[in-house]
Design a protein around this ligand. Structure first.
Ligand code: SF4
Length: 175
């Protein structure tokens, strides 16, 4: 017969909330170029983003807590991106997908923002031109780990640019 201590689970309220939050992210794609096509792959049946609890894609910032920036952002779009980010409710998260969103990519010119973190805070950076759908899924897993670590108090809630997750292709798991 099992003892009571083997049948009682204790936890903290904020950790339970974080557990629910990390498995029910509502992503909003801010797609401006080719990387957005890879996001379509990530939500397709082949890669199946719903395995990670993030399949409820919304196209309104007011209904989303995860902003995925997919593509080249020029300076005229930067103000719009900032406005979209500001319309999201807290807690909110940002993944910069691809070289363009991360650092401007090969568009090193007067018109293109050299990384979205010049205007909004970023939680996870995904390199690649374009990154594969698996890398987008890995970014979501990394974000989930970050949400959990924030709930445990291992990293501060407002740490974004200072401690970003950077995903290199060598770490990408196969599906
Ligand atoms: S990183 Fe490459 S694939 Fe992605 S939007 Fe820029 S040019 Fe296109």
């Amino acid at each position: 017969m099992s003892s009571a201590e083997n049948n009682i689970l204790t936890t903290k309220l904020n950790e339970v909330i974080a557990w629910g939050r990390k498995y029910s992210l509502w992503p909003m794609p801010f797609g401006t170029a080719c990387c957005a096509i890879e996001f379509m792959g990530a939500v397709s049946a082949v890669f199946d983003i719903s395995r990670f609890g993030a399949e409820l894609v919304r196209f309104s910032p007011r209904q989303s807590d995860l902003l995925l920036v997919l593509g080249t952002i020029n300076y005229k779009q930067a103000a719009i991106l900032k406005k979209v980010y500001e319309q999201m409710c807290e807690p909110k998260y940002v993944i910069a997908v691809g070289a363009c969103a991360t650092c401007g990519g090969f568009y090193d010119n007067y018109a293109v923002l050299q990384g979205i973190d010049e205007v909004i805070p970023v939680d996870v950076y995904v390199p690649g031109c374009p990154p594969r759908p698996e890398q987008i899924l890995l970014a979501i897993v990394k974000l989930q780990e970050k949400i959990e670590a924030q709930a445990r108090g291992e990293i501060a809630k407002d740490v974004k640019r200072a401690a970003p997750e950077i995903l290199y292709s060598s770490k990408v798991p196969t599906v």
